[in-house]
Design a protein around this ligand. Structure first.
Ligand SMILES: Cc1cc2nc3c(=O)[nH]c(=O)nc-3n(C[C@H](O)[C@H](O)[C@H](O)COP(=O)(O)OP(=O)(O)OC[C@H]3O[C@@H](n4cnc5c(N)ncnc54)[C@H](O)[C@@H]3O)c2cc1C
Length: 459
């Protein structure tokens, strides 16, 4: 049996960047195992013209070369306090150049030159206006690849790795092999064993439950992350144009008045589309856009973070329960006009059709989100929309569409060293699945951290 220097599990941004780092060493023997398909076997780019088809992203769509990053909106968020928790593992002074290093790689592989948020004076003016509306605007720099450019960038990366690494698709890893409490390989679901001096687990959010099971088996310490629950909001692009032209994605924070909860905007897609996301049979919402936009609408999430303590501490199950309730009532995702929600009535097909904002997710069922969202979340969301309306009049319009629910299963956080090594020697865990990131740049950066450490040990 061939023994590799390193085995990487998962070909999302985190796993790919570990491989890129490791192959800097001439002759490094690297094996990448991915349960999904190669790039050409994944859904074609043409599908992206129909949000419903991309939106029907079953696990198959989030798996394969590029992972969830393949159909992500490709916003490369270049500020260390956004898109993950790497600042909990390394100093911001190290994290900032690491993120620039990752960004340079994306640029080299074909990401566009333009970066939003560089006009400091314009951003400062927006921050001052936001403060007057009880909102905090986080200054962020963003390079936007768009859902159309992501596959090409990922293809370029793959081509650069040609002949340098062994890649096996349709190979789902089941177990980790330990010897004297050191990782020495993995076993796939068919029982085939692969041997490596180092093992890196990068299974993404969809593989988080598997990783959680592995952690339990190996006795690794974990901490529960908060669950983020909310809605996706869709309105005319012109309403937020002033903000999106400067920042692309304004990251707004709000502390709710009644509940004192932390509420925030997330993943804004100017002139984009709302899509459906399916995780293990539960339908939730998300959004994306093409590099130069693909609709007249802008969408974004409003999320409320909740941490549980005792006796209940199952944030993922709680989030799924709420999402299932929406699925139960709406046979999928529910859409409601804000005006209907405020009047205490459901939206119907006819009411939505009469509205000024045309839904980009056609298959959402018009309904009533007040039957789904607990009072606390609904109050927080409406308070934040009211504050945003002061910053950008039109946000709180009766025509604004609300889709529910959006849930972020950030899963558990593993106890890791600053180079992403678990408590088991030579076993590393990175990316969204390990709970260290929630975006492309930080997941990629976590891959670089693991790769650099393995290279150092390989000498
Ligand atoms: C619709 C959408 C839009 C998004 N937009 C943005 C955005 O604009 N900007 C941004 O920064 N982020 C965005 N994201 C998030 C971003 O895609 C993720 O943060 C990123 O892909 C995480 O990278 P990862 O490598 O950790 O995991 P993933 O990309 O999820 O990759 C994990 C890979 O591991 C594989 N895998 C899992 N378990 C196993 C196993 N047991 N054996 C073998 N293989 C396995 C999976 O098949 C998958 O291919 C978006 C996500 C979605 C879904």
């Amino acid at each position: 049996m061939k023994t590799y220097d390193a085995i990487i599990v998962g070909a999302g941004p985190a796993g790919i960047f570990t491989v890129l780092e490791l192959t800097r060493k001439e002759g490094a023997k690297v094996l990448l195992l991915e349960k999904g398909e190669d790039i050409d076997q994944r859904s074609s780019l043409g599908n992206l013209d129909h949000s419903a088809e991309v939106g029907n992203s079953s696990v198959a769509d989030l798996s394969g070369w590029g992972g969830a990053g393949m159909y992500s909106d490709g916003k490369l968020t270049l500020s260390p306090d956004v898109g993950g928790f790497l600042h909990n593992f390394i100093d911001v002074k190290e994290l900032t150049p690491l993120m620039e290093y990752v960004d340079d790689s994306y640029l080299r592989f074909g990401a566009p030159e333009k970066v939003y948020g560089l006009d400091v004076e314009e951003v400062r003016k927006l921050q001052e206006r936001a403060e007057k509306c009880d909102l905090k605007l986080l200054p962020t720099r963003i390079r936007h690849m768009g859902t159309d450019r992501c596959p090409q960038v990922l293809r370029n990366i793959k081509e650069s790795l040609q002949d340098k690494v062994d890649i096996r698709f349709k190979t789902s890893v089941r177990d980790i092999v330990l010897e004297r409490n050191k990782a020495v390989g993995v076993v796939d679901e068919k029982g085939e064993e692969y041997r490596g001096k180092y093992v890196v687990l990068a299974p993404g959010r969809q593989g988080a439950e598997w990783l959680s099971g592995v952690s339990e088996q190996l006795g690794l310490s974990t901490v529960s992350n908060p669950v983020d629950i909310g809605v996706r909001v869709e309105l005319r692009g012109s309403v937020l144009k002033e903000l999106t032209d400067v920042t692309y994605e304004p990251k707004l924070l709000f502390t709710s008045r009644h509940f004192d909860d932390r509420v925030r905007t997330f993943c804004m897609n100017p002139y984009g589309e709302v899509i459906k996301e399916v995780y293990n049979g539960v339908s939730t919402v998300n959004g994306h856009s093409l590099e130069n936009g693909n609709s007249d609408n802008t969408n974004f999430a409003i999320l409320v973070s909740t941490s549980f303590t005792e006796p209940f501490n199952e944030p993922i199950s709680y989030g799924k329960y709420i999402a299932r309730l929406a699925n139960f009532l709406g046979e999928g995702v529910i859409v409601q006009r804000l005006g209907d929600l405020l009047k205490g009535r459901r939206s119907t097909k006819e009411r939505v059709a009469r509205g000024a904002v045309k839904p980009t997710l056609q298959e959402a069922t018009p309904g009533d989100l007040s039957f789904v969202l607990p009072y606390r979340y609904l109050t927080d969301i409406l308070e934040m929309l009211t504050a945003m309306d002061k910053l950008a009049p039109g946000v709180y319009s009766r025509h604004t569409l609300i889709y529910g629910v959006e849930v972020k299963f950030y899963s558990m956080k593993l106890a890791l060293s600053s180079s992403m090594e678990t408590q088991v020697q030579n076993l590393f865990a990175i990316g969204d699945g390990a709970g260290v990131s929630r975006g492309v740049v930080q997941s990629s950066a976590s891959g670089v951290l693991a790769g650099k450490e393995i290279l150092r040990r390989l000498g």
